[in-house]
Design a protein around this ligand. Structure first.
Ligand SMILES: C[C@H](O)CC(=O)SCCNC(=O)CCNC(=O)[C@H](O)C(C)(C)COP(=O)(O)OP(=O)(O)OC[C@H]1O[C@@H](n2cnc3c(N)ncnc32)[C@H](O)[C@@H]1OP(=O)(O)O
Length: 726
């Protein structure tokens, strides 16, 4: 293998050490060894007066090679994370007898930024992105980031950047003192070389970040700041250890000095690597990237076609959200409604969505105006001739959808993508009355569509690879995470999670307090429990999905009258302020005691307690809600609804807000153990019926002691075909 780090010495006496490890110059072990070797060589050579450290192509470095964490998790071998913080960053770079200047173009992330902070000056191009995102993978910086960053930008900003993994631009870096100069990419190396020589000649200061104290506040003040953040973190992130660890490392360095801080940081990161949090988050990192690889779509040399103009049919909650997401990302949208009243409402909803984003600071005024200029309202299909994609988002009415698709098939060009946002109707039925099945596809957004990151792309047997690729590309362009799934009842995420609601309802029928169920699930890490979720998403959606599920999966559905009783009592959830909780503007939802008679009636009607008193622990409540979800996830895997198990993980993380630090539903289930889940379900099946009946997939994995995520071994039939093909 060619060396991933080179040293080139110029006539000016500057040795340029260059990292070359595409695509993001990750700091693989060989790169770290290479940097050390080149530094040693540069120190030895008399013709080198100063050093410029840089990266080949358009990134300085995306940080330590995250694949090594996977290796540590797989093997337990800690040598995949060598302790080089002191040896490389402190001794070799920062305390060297020759100065180093880092020339940053593109990303300087994680370990990449940490090594940069060990240099004596930092020059960056305007496109540079500076970030310490280690907490997103469940660890803390391990190459001195917790020590040098506060010394360069001050403690409050360092805490913000570290705890929120917040990236900053070169310009902001310059204002904060992290970057010494921002220069054009053509001038980057030239200026970095001159800067390095100036330091060597003592014309510019020789700054060592770790010894600086000018940006640090006093110890009592620092302790106060850290303590207040610590308290906040206990509330915001109660289940994970790395925020606390990061604050511990910061505090150690401020109280006992940078060197002590570096040693503490190193001890902490080595413990954090083994936590389930780190394992879950590293899994999520790779799952998010794997999802963009779809066999026979992304690997067959197809090129995505540009989607510049789209039409959205229906300006209700979903349609207006989808249109907002599109125009925000520079795609022109024609919003089609059936009457001027509805159209006006839809246009208003879009304007309000944009205003909301502006108020939150996620959109500038210019961008908001530009987005609005890309929106046009229409009442018929006469201008649909040149749109590249239509997304239908009308009510869930099969006949209405069918007639819309047969009409748009006639007016749209033959290359136009015909997408539906249905969440309940079989795509083959939606497109039944057309002869364009190859371009009919599901674009299943999650509400609110302009905010929720998941886009389920639903393909039928006939949807063409080109259409899937185009929609994946649009999805990414509008900042969604597209997950390609097969057409089936409720698709991947709603289907996997139907037992979340039904399991909770079953527990209520067993006499378990519903607020306790919500609390248990929230403590597990779900943003809200199943009942509050129903209140928030609205009972209409819940009823529609439930109806579809119970008819498709009658043998394994639990039919509860609870929702009907709630509706009959005039409750609509958050929409009218009356649900399982009471909703008042400006205050948190409060449990509503007047729900109790409804619950009693529900218990009476379902009558599954048979006079027993059921006493369940919090752990049992959690498992009785989530194990049936795992069970359905098994069926989704078994039927090949998703390309790979990690796709379902990422879909549940971004679609259902399943805690990312638990890695997604399948990853979590594997950490619990398929056998334990199987045996628990089996026991509850006997006690409470078919809702808990373990799937064949789960039973098989449990009995063979293999993980749920592992792809199924080829069947004998497949093997026969394979052998015959040779
Ligand atoms: C000891 C130290 O303190 C510890 C650390 O440094 S921990 C590592 C901290 N670094 C990170 O977490 C950075 C993670 N990476 C990123 O945020 C983004 O990948 C990025 C901003 C660098 C680039 O983003 P983008 O251009 O959208 O490309 P993206 O698709 O994410 O990545 C391109 C490829 O590089 C890989 N990659 C990115 N960063 C990587 C890393 N640090 N290690 C290994 N592979 C990495 C991705 O897996 C992907 O591979 P694939 O093509 O096979 O799927």
């Amino acid at each position: 293998m060619a060396s991933r780090v080179s040293l080139e010495v110029g006539d000016d006496g500057v040795g340029v050490i260059r990292i070359f490890n595409p695509p993001v110059n990750a700091l693989a072990l060989s790169v770290l060894v290479g940097i050390k070797e080149k530094y040693m060589e540069a120190m030895r050579r008399d013709d080198v007066k100063a050093i410029v450290l840089t990266g080949q192509s358009n990134a300085f470095s995306g940080g330590f090679d995250v694949r090594n964490f996977q290796e540590i998790h797989r093997t337990g071998d800690m040598s995949f994370l060598p302790e080089i913080s002191v040896d490389l960053v402190c001794n070799t770079i920062e305390d060297a007898k020759k100065p180093s200047v880092v020339a940053i173009s593109g990303q300087a992330i994680g370990g990449g930024l940490e090594i940069s902070m060990g240099c004596h000056a930092r020059i960056a191009t305007p496109d540079a992105v500076l970030c310490l995102p280690e907490l997103t993978v469940g660890i803390i910086p391990g190459y001195g980031g917790t020590q040098r960053l506060p010394r360069l930008v001050g403690l409050p900003k360092a805490i913000e950047m570290l705890l929120l993994s917040k990236p900053i631009t070169a310009k902001e870096g310059k204002e904060l003192g992290l970057i010494d100069a921002v220069v054009s990419s053509e001038n980057l190396l030239r200026i970095a070389r001159l800067w390095a020589l100036d330091i060597a000649d003592r014309c510019k200061p020789w700054m060592t970040s770790l010894r600086r104290t000018d940006k640090l506040c006093s110890v009592p003040e620092a302790r106060k700041i850290i303590e207040s953040v610590r308290q906040k973190m206990k509330v915001i992130a109660p289940n994970v250890p790395h925020h606390e660890a990061c604050l511990d490392a910061l505090e150690e360095g401020i109280v006992f000095g940078g060197h002590a801080g570096i040693l503490k940081e190193s001890r902490l990161i080595h413990n954090l690597i083994y936590t389930s949090t780190c394992k879950g988050l590293v899994h999520t990192f790779f799952a998010e990237r794997a999802v963009s690889k779809v066999p026979n779509v992304t690997n067959i040399k197809l090129k995505p076609r540009p989607i510049r103009k789209a039409a959205v049919i229906g300006g209700g909650l979903m349609g207006s959200g989808i249109a907002t997401a599109l125009i925000q990302s520079d795609i022109s949208v024609m919003l089609k409604e059936v009457s001027s009243d509805f159209l006006e409402k839809g246009m208003k909803a879009i304007a309000e969505n944009l205003q909301g984003l502006f108020n939150k600071g996620s959109l500038t005024e210019d961008k908001m105006d530009k987005a609005l200029s890309l929106l046009k309202g229409v009442l018929d299909y006469s201008e649909f001739g040149d749109v590249d994609m239509v997304i239908e988002a009308v009510v869930e009415d099969v006949q209405l959808k069918q007639s819309i698709f047969s009409e748009i098939e006639k007016v749209c060009s033959p290359h136009c993508i015909l997408a539906t946002n249905t969440s309940t109707i079989d795509l083959n039925i939606v497109g039944e009355k057309t002869s364009s099945q190859d371009r009919i596809v599901g674009a299943h957004f999650f509400s609110p569509a302009h905010l929720m990151p998941l886009l389920e792309i639903v393909r039928t047997e006939k949807t063409s690879a080109q259409v899937i690729l185009d929609l994946m590309t649009v999805g990414r362009a509008i900042n969604k995470i597209p997950v390609v799934v097969r057409n089936c009842t409720a698709f991947a995420v709603n289907r996997t999670f139907f037992p979340y609601t039904q399991g909770a309802q079953l527990l209520v029928s067993l006499g378990v307090d519903l607020y306790r169920i919500d609390r248990v699930l929230s403590e597990f890490g779900m943003p809200m429990g199943p009942f509050q979720l129903q209140d928030v998403t609205g009972y209409g959606v819940a009823v529609a999905i439930n109806k579809m599920i119970t008819s498709a999966f009658s043998g394994r559905s639990f039919e509860s009258p609870l929702l009907d009783l709630m509706i009959a009592d005039g409750r609509k959830g958050k929409a009218n302020g009356k649900g399982y909780y009471m909703y008042e503007k400006g205050s948190k939802p409060k449990p509503d005691p007047s729900v109790q008679p409804i619950i009693q009636e529900c218990i009476r009607l379902t009558n599954i307690m048979h006079g027993r008193k059921v006493n369940l622990s919090d752990q049992e409540i959690l498992e009785m809600v989530l194990f049936p979800v795992v069970n359905e996830a098994c069926r989704v895997l078994d039927e090949g609804v998703v390309v790979r198990a990690s796709d379902l993980d990422i879909a549940t993380v971004v679609g259902m807000s399943f805690p990312s630090y638990r890695g997604g539903i399948v990853f979590w289930a594997d950490s619990v153990g398929p056998l334990y889940i199987y045996e628990s379900l089996k026991k509850w099946e006997v006690e409470y019926g078919g809702f808990f009946k373990p799937s064949q997939y789960l039973e098989e994995r449990a009995s063979r002691d293999i993980s749920l995520a592992q792809p199924a071994p080829p069947s004998t039939l497949d093997l026969d075909v394979l052998i015959a093909s040779f």
